[in-house]
Design a protein around this ligand. Structure first.
Ligand SMILES: [Zn+2]
Length: 173
């Protein structure tokens, strides 16, 4: 089975991965690091003009998204587009609109880090890491980790459904 793809920036000691939580895009640490209490580094998407369906997911890259590793004048998108040359690119910029960049995600769905809609944990990169179960096939599918999948009875499904609606309306609040 494919593993979550992780990338390394030449200036950074940590590895990074890309994933979506419902329909929101996140840059995350590829693994849990003891120095970071949260895997999520930055939410990458921002609201913008509607995007037509395309075979690969597209979103408006949030110009204010930041990791703290950018150098003067550099944006997070610049940083992510200047990864180690051995890594395949994460995004292609497909459109500009008054300074905003529409990006297309180049990694296939099975190489993205998946978010567990039950407990909120993200998959870990690495060839031996456990992958989550897909529970909703969609353009951006939904997933559950094995323990949450094992107890995904009807009540848990209803809670999951409500969480998804709440997230789409209000985000992480
Ligand atoms: Zn879980």
């Amino acid at each position: 089975m494919a593993a979550v793809h992780s990338v390394r920036h030449p200036r950074l000691a940590v590895r990074l991965a890309l994933g979506h939580k419902y329909n929101a895009w996140y840059l995350i640490f590829a693994q849990p690091y003891r120095t970071a209490d949260c895997r999520e580094i930055s939410r990458l998407d921002s609201p913008g003009p509607a995007i037509a369906w395309s075979p690969r997911p597209r979103f408006w890259f949030n110009q204010k998204a930041a990791s703290g590793w950018e150098r003067g004048g550099e944006s997070l998108l610049d940083l992510l587009l200047s990864l180690d040359f051995r890594d395949p690119p994460l995004f292609a910029v497909v459109d500009h609109d008054s300074g905003a960049n529409k990006v297309e995600v180049l990694l296939p769905e099975n190489k993205l880090a998946h978010y567990c809609e039950g407990c909120g944990q993200w998959e870990v990169a690495g060839n031996n890491a456990v992958r989550w179960f897909m529970v909703r096939a969609h353009t951006l599918p939904g997933y559950l980790c094995p323990p949450c999948h094992a107890k995904d009875w009807i009540g848990a499904r209803a809670i999951r459904y409500l969480k998804r609606i709440r997230y789409r309306l209000w985000g992480d609040r």
